[in-house]
Design a protein around this ligand. Structure first.
Ligand SMILES: Cc1cc2nc3c(=O)[nH]c(=O)nc-3n(C[C@H](O)[C@H](O)[C@H](O)COP(=O)(O)OP(=O)(O)OC[C@H]3O[C@@H](n4cnc5c(N)ncnc54)[C@H](O)[C@@H]3O)c2cc1C
Length: 452
């Protein structure tokens, strides 16, 4: 979230309301859940997001590997609130806050609030390595996932025109940094593409030249899951032909050469960075409210430290508890459960007119899972761990149920069924947005610069 606000007028066309106003920044897992829980309740809700859609991040990797369309995992936020007169959506980027005046500055104007909820999620963390920021490809938005799809396809088209094996290898190799669920899922999907899809599309290329590397700095994949699942995921990936490198630390990438602290370099045009995240930042809050990873320190009610009426939820929040002394894991279930808890507390506070009461947040860990490929997944539930085909079916079912929108569920189900039967995800289109000319940008900005 950026510095000085440009638009200084109040956001227009919000109806007067006698109810207190809650401004929510972010229509992700936490913000959306909170707004839904407070629909038809005695609050005025203004939900802000820089995009006009909700994104289902766990399936980004399938967009990146041509398995799903971006529209299947994105859902228009306005559609969700068609019949809820107390929820108002604005496509706007939150920029900074004046907590004394209780005003939030956004890219479309300022807005006053009674309560402010920051649920802006996280962005990619390059750990200060400028070359990696410049040259690696992140996957923190659906547009970045689509960019990866385009980049991989474009590389193969280009590889056909190269004259040497070295040049072709550089085009065809894919290096993924970060052995969490995202890295594991991407690596598995790319290895399957190498096996069953790409050789059919590019029969003139020698696929012995293509390698998929998964790089992890620690000693195991899927940190945070059980050791059994971590080992199984490694075994599955190796079986699929992925080069899994643990205890390997990437220190530089110039767009061609991946340099390591402790290994020989690898050459690739495609370095996918899934190695870390940092919370999105809102200007105007006290420095002391922030902690490692840019997260906002909260109490057990998700109230940001030093503020009475500002809350943080999900990836952006850092709540230290006895069980989670270093904060909760930055996963969807934490965001959803925190939003539910805060909604219940806000309703209680409205009823009792007393913000000192309420339920403290307690995270119920429902388990974690990762899919590695066709019929291969690992699942850790609170009491059992399992893997293989049944884990894969469980993964498919849970993700299908979690997707917003009936149409999206049906489309995803059909896509998955087709991919399963045909071994051929059919979305390998290289659709690049047309480059907008400078004159066209000026024309678009004219009414904003010179309002009549
Ligand atoms: C590739 C990938 C795969 C993942 N897989 C899993 C998984 O399998 N299981 C799991 O549990 N978790 C997974 N996660 C993590 C999970 O997606 C996050 O923990 C979860 O999305 C956090 O929810 P949130 O509401 O805090 O933030 P988000 O869901 O990220 O929502 C934040 C919202 O805020 C908006 N926003 C950001 N800045 C601003 C601003 N300044 N102004 C206005 N709007 C703003 C964004 O557009 C976004 O809509 C994955 C994450 C990624 C990136």
């Amino acid at each position: 979230m950026k510095n000085a606000p440009i638009a200084v007028d109040f956001i227009q066309n919000l109806p007067q309301s006698s109810n207190p106003r809650i401004v929510i920044i972010g229509g992700g897992f936490a913000g959306l859940k909170l707004a839904r829980k407070l629909a038809h309740k005695p609050y005025q809700i203004v939900l802000l997001d820089k995009n006009n859609y909700h994104q289902f991040q766990p399936l980004f990797y399938q967009v990146a590997t041509s398995g799903l369309e971006p529209s299947a995992i994105s859902f228009p936020l306005r559609k969700i609130f068609h019949k809820t007169s107390n929820v108002h959506f604005r496509m706007a980027e939150a920029l900074s806050v004046d907590s004394t005046a209780q005003i939030l500055f956004t890219s479309v104007g300022k807005i006053s609030y009674d309560y402010l909820v920051i649920a802006a999620g996280a962005d990619t963390n390059y750990f200060g390595i400028e070359n990696i920021r410049k040259n690696a490809i992140p996957m923190k938005s659906v547009s970045e996932a689509l960019y990866i799809r385009n980049r991989i396809i474009a590389n193969y088209e280009e590889a056909l025109n190269t004259l040497t094996d070295d040049a072709a290898e550089e085009m065809m190799n894919v290096v993924i940094v970060g052995g969490g669920p995202t890295g594991v899922e991407l690596a598995g999907a790319l290895a399957e593409m190498k096996k069953s899809v790409l050789p059919k599309d590019y029969p003139e290329l020698n696929f012995d030249l293509m390698e998929v590397y998964l790089i992890e700095a620690s000693s195991q994949l899927l940190n945070g899951m059980s050791e059994a699942s971590s080992e199984k995921a490694k075994e599955y990936l190796t079986r699929l032909g992925v080069n899994v490198m643990t205890k390997a630390q990437v220190v530089d990438y110039d767009g061609q050469k991946v340099s390591f602290k402790n290994h020989a370099p690898i050459f690739t045009k495609t370095l996918l960075w899934a190695a870390g995240i940092k919370a999105n930042h809102l200007e105007g809050l006290e420095e002391a409210s922030y902690t490692k990873g840019g997260r906002l320190i909260t109490d057990r009610f998700n109230r940001v430290s030093s503020y009475q009426n500002i809350f943080a939820l999900g990836d952006v929040a850092y709540m230290s508890t006895e069980k989670y002394p270093n904060g909760h894991p930055q996963v969807a279930q934490v965001a959803i459960q925190q939003a539910k808890n805060l909604a219940d507390n806000l309703l209680l506070w409205r009823k009792n007119n007393d913000v000192s009461s309420g339920e403290k947040f307690v995270y119920k860990d429902l388990g974690s899972m990762a899919t590695v490929g066709r019929k291969l997944a690992v699942v850790d539930l609170p009491i059992i761990h399992f893997n293989g085909f049944f884990a894969w079916i469980t993964w498919l079912f849970i993700h299908l149920m979690a997707i917003v929108g009936v149409k999206n569920k049906v489309f995803i189900f059909l896509d998955w069924a087709w991919n399963y039967l045909s071994f051929d995800p059919s979305l390998r289109l290289l659709i690049r947005p047309r480059k907008v000319k400078q004159e066209e940008v000026s024309e678009l900005l004219e009414p904003i610069k010179n309002p009549s």
